[in-house]
Design a protein around this ligand. Structure first.
Ligand SMILES: Nc1nc2c(c(=O)[nH]1)N[C@H]1C(S)=C(S)[C@@H](COP(=O)(O)OP(=O)(O)OC[C@H]3O[C@@H](n4cnc5c(=O)[nH]c(N)nc54)[C@H](O)[C@@H]3O)O[C@H]1N2
Ligand SMILES: Nc1nc2c(c(=O)[nH]1)N[C@H]1C(S)=C(S)[C@@H](COP(=O)(O)OP(=O)(O)OC[C@H]3O[C@@H](n4cnc5c(=O)[nH]c(N)nc54)[C@H](O)[C@@H]3O)O[C@H]1N2
Ligand code: SF4
Ligand SMILES: [Mo]
Length: 714
């Protein structure tokens, strides 16, 4: 058979760019952007273009590995590995109870459309509260804030309607990530420029002049972790100058007076001083944002990880709320999510309150008064729950496409925890930092060998865009899909998996097909995966846009009186506390801030040859004047020390970062990394962080940006 070309979508990252793939005899030859796709228009990035290398690499794991008595791994057939794991799990559950088994879904698992459903359902079937995902290392305050302050049923303004936008520590041009209301992360810079050509104004707040900041009309080089001052100052100007939407506030918002009193502590001069920006720029930004009619303030990972994440998220919500950046009656509602269950009503009103993150009745951790958030336990407590004997101690961990050794705070403690487990199972196509600690490494299929739907990216679309892709490449060796792994484990343990649509068929020797599994998982959604699959087949495998499913925002229900409550959770008081607490960490004159590497997706891509040739380390970007005062040159190795530990970094000059800052990507290095190999593998910024101090008291999110550090030449 010659070369065949199919339409599919990328799953290197969550943006799911539309692609064409060339396959010959089951082997991936090439991928390219699909120019015919209505949303992506041929866009890809350098990571996605390495999918052939990722699938075909000689050092990819195509057989599962079990560690023997001698400490060495040996290849075993998949069914033997799964039986081995099930036997171990049975013993552990019998001895310690169901909470002793933990499942962690990391960002390499999120790219498989069925993996979340399968791992959650497996943890539920065991009866363990210890289900974790990378969401609680990421931006958990976003989910929490929506639940606490209220959600507009019609949705927030779409980016393509915006005449103003405010990005706070979000760099979608590299990250291809944006919260709802931000720029859809495919062709992000073209989309921004297109809107600007139609008059949209862009404001960017970031201590580093990142790619998106270079497009800004107003760029605010806010000090790390001081976003609350900046945003409170802007709100103060908007309220003082009565630039907010007074009709909307009186109709839909409680707590406005409390907010007004709290931001009164941040008049422009005070706010600008604390945030490290020009007072006139702060005022101009406030007027520009409020002067628009549509368009949102959105935050990225930086400010959410920089301490005060919940407060920052709250203030961004306040900006959007008092300026009424919501889709109004008669307008087209935000895009319906084709696969999301169940479809909520879209009316011009605040919706029924959602169950609050960490609400009473949810499972508690033994540590730091943290507990279950929505479906999951916070990653913050995982290491302690493993290391500390007692009721509910975790003794087995299954990590699905996560890399706890580099992604979690307090790296050295996490490393100790991974080694303390009675069994650590890592599902990973590569011998990653965490796989090297595992007792069993299960070798999964890679994306082009799987069927998948676009359930994980659909929230970015402003149309009801859906895809079902077939598996086009032949899976090598002895690899299977993650949902099949969990099915076999559950089957071996005699457990019944349940999905939204009810029990998963467990009889027979093979799991239900992926389309059956996905249909069950998304039960109640707008169009079931099996139907999208049929529609896609008729369209030659292309995307299907369900124009007729896009609802218009309807009138409010006169019997409902839900309102936004900007005083919920005593947030204005938190702002007052923040205003009183300007103490800086003594003895640490630099702040290390997080950023994304263009050449990786967290640690994903590290084993790939061409990406490896572009970059092997995570450079420590520093302002040239700071380098001069520290006597440093480009390429020097420095030691970077926090209150907890130290790492090494390779100095790179950048006049795009503020003075007093080290800007570094995470997920490089491992727990053994040091000066000797920093040029080859970089260093993990998470070694500098702690799960025990400097964490958000609600979500447990650790201080992963704006980390107080000092540096010296090594
Ligand atoms: N200091 C600091 N820490 C951070 C952050 C930060 O900005 N600063 N960011 C945080 C954020 S936002 C996140 S999301 C977390 C990420 O934390 P994790 O999700 O724990 O880490 P990743 O590096 O994304 O891990 C991905 C793993 O999946 C594997 N993988 C690759 N392809 C596949 C595949 O096809 N299938 C499977 N099963 N596995 C695959 C990779 O080899 C790797 O081991 O890190 C967080 N940690
Ligand atoms: N190429 C690539 N893409 C990725 C990833 C990757 O590793 N590589 N990771 C993926 C993941 S898991 C996620 S969650 C998303 C994240 O997506 P984004 O949140 O857009 O991530 P970044 O590009 O790091 O942008 C965060 C910005 O915050 C700034 N910043 C740091 N500290 C502060 C602060 O205190 N205040 C303010 N205002 N800004 C601050 C940083 O300088 C940086 O420019 O990206 C995803 N996409
Ligand atoms: S942005 Fe993400 S989905 Fe798009 S090509 Fe790059 S890696 Fe693939
Ligand atoms: Mo993330």
């Amino acid at each position: 058979m010659g070369v065949q070309t199919h339409k599919t979508f990328c799953r290197f990252c969550h943006a799911n760019c539309a692609m064409e793939v060339d396959v010959e005899n089951g082997k991936v030859l090439a991928v390219r952007g699909d120019p015919e796709d209505p949303e992506y228009g041929g866009y890809t990035c350098m990571k996605g273009r390495e999918l052939p290398d990722s699938h075909n690499a000689g050092h990819r794991l195509i057989h599962s590995q079990i560690r023997g008595e001698d400490g060495e791994f040996r290849s075993v057939p998949m069914d033997e590995a799964l039986t081995h794991i099930s036997d171990k799990l049975r013993g552990i559950i019998d001895k310690y109870g169901p909470d002793s088994v933990a499942v962690f879904m990391g960002s390499g698992g999120y790219q498989n459309s069925a993996a979340w459903g399968a791992s959650y359902s497996f943890a539920q079937a065991i009866g363990s509260k210890h289900f974790f995902t990378s969401v609680t290392l990421d931006q958990p305050a976003k989910v929490f804030t929506t639940a606490r302050y209220g959600k507009w049923e019609g949705g927030v303004n779409n980016f393509s309607d915006a005449d103003v936008a405010l990005f706070i520590g979000n760099n979608p041009i590299v990250s291809h990530y944006a919260p709802v209301g931000g720029v859809p992360p495919f062709s992000p810079s073209r989309r921004i420029r297109d809107r600007q050509a139609e008059g949209m104004k862009l404001i960017v707040a970031d201590p580093r002049l990142a790619e998106v900041g270079q497009l800004a009309d107003i760029y605010l080089p806010v000090k790390p972790g001081e976003d609350p001052a900046l945003l409170a100052g802007m709100i103060n100007v908007i309220i003082e100058e009565e630039l907010y939407d007074r009709n909307f506030v009186s109709a839909h918002v409680d707590g406005f007076e409390e907010l007004k009193a709290a931001v009164a502590k941040f008049p422009p001069d005070v706010a600008a001083e604390r945030a490290g920006v020009e007072k006139d720029q702060l005022i101009a930004a406030a007027r520009m944002f409020a002067g628009g009619t549509k368009g949102c303030a959105v935050t990225g990972t930086g400010p959410e990880m920089a301490g005060n994440g919940t407060l920052t998220e709250y203030l961004a919500t306040c900006l959007n709320t008092i300026c009424a950046r919501f889709i109004q009656e008669g307008e087209k509602a935000s895009a319906p999510r084709v696969f999301t269950t169940p479809r909520a009503p879209t009316r011009a009103q605040v919706g029924e309150p959602m169950p609050l993150y960490g609400a009473p009745g949810m499972a508690k951790s033994r540590f730091r008064n943290l507990g279950q958030l929505g479906f999951e336990m916070p990653c913050n407590v995982m290491a302690d729950e493993i290391l500390t004997p007692g009721e509910g101690q975790i003794r087995a961990l299954i990590s699905v496409g996560g890399n706890p050794e580099v992604g979690f705070p307090n790296q050295l403690k996490m490393r100790k925890a991974l080694e303390d487990l009675e069994i650590f199972v890592q599902i990973d196509p590569w011998m990653s930092a965490s796989a090297r600690r595992a007792d069993v490494v299960l070798a999964p299929k890679q994306s082009l060998e799987r069927e998948d739907i676009t359930n994980l990216s659909e929230w970015w679309h402003e149309k009801a865009y859906a895809r079902y892709t077939e598996a086009f490449a032949e899976a090598p060796g002895d690899v299977i899909d993650e949902y099949e792994m969990f099915w076999h484990l559950a089957k071996n343990l005699g457990l019944q998996m349940e999905l939204a649509g009810g029990p998963v068929p467990m009889d027979g020797d093979i799991p239900p097909s992926k389309v059956e599994f996905l249909d069950l998982m998304t039960e109640g959604c707008l169009v079931p995966p099996s139907q999208v699959r049929e529609d896609a087949r008729k369209a030659g495998g292309a995307a299907v846009v369900y124009e007729d499913k896009a609802p218009v925002v309807g009138p409010a229900n006169p019997d409902d009186d839900y309102r936004f409550n900007l005083a919920a959770g005593a947030m204005p008081t938190e702002l007052e506390k923040y205003s009183a607490d300007a103490a800086r960490a003594a003895g640490f004159d630099f702040r290390l801030i997080s950023r994304r590497s263009k050449h990786r997706f967290n640690s994903i891509g590290q084993p790939l040859e061409k990406l490896g040739r572009k970059v092997t380390t995570n450079p420590a970007y520093i302002h040239p004047e700071d380098m001069e005062s520290q006597g440093l040159n480009d390429g020097d190795i420095i030691e970077i020390a926090s209150a907890h530990a130290s790492i090494h970094g390779v100095v790179k000059a950048s006049d795009r970062v503020r003075r007093g800052i080290i800007s570094m990507a995470h997920a490089f290095g491992d727990a053994d990394a040091g000066k000797h190999n920093v040029r080859e593998m970089g260093g993990s910024t998470n070694r500098l962080t702690s799960d025990e101090v400097d964490y958000d008291p609600i979500t447990g999110q650790a201080l992963q940006s704006a980390i107080p550090v000092r540096i010296h030449a090594a």
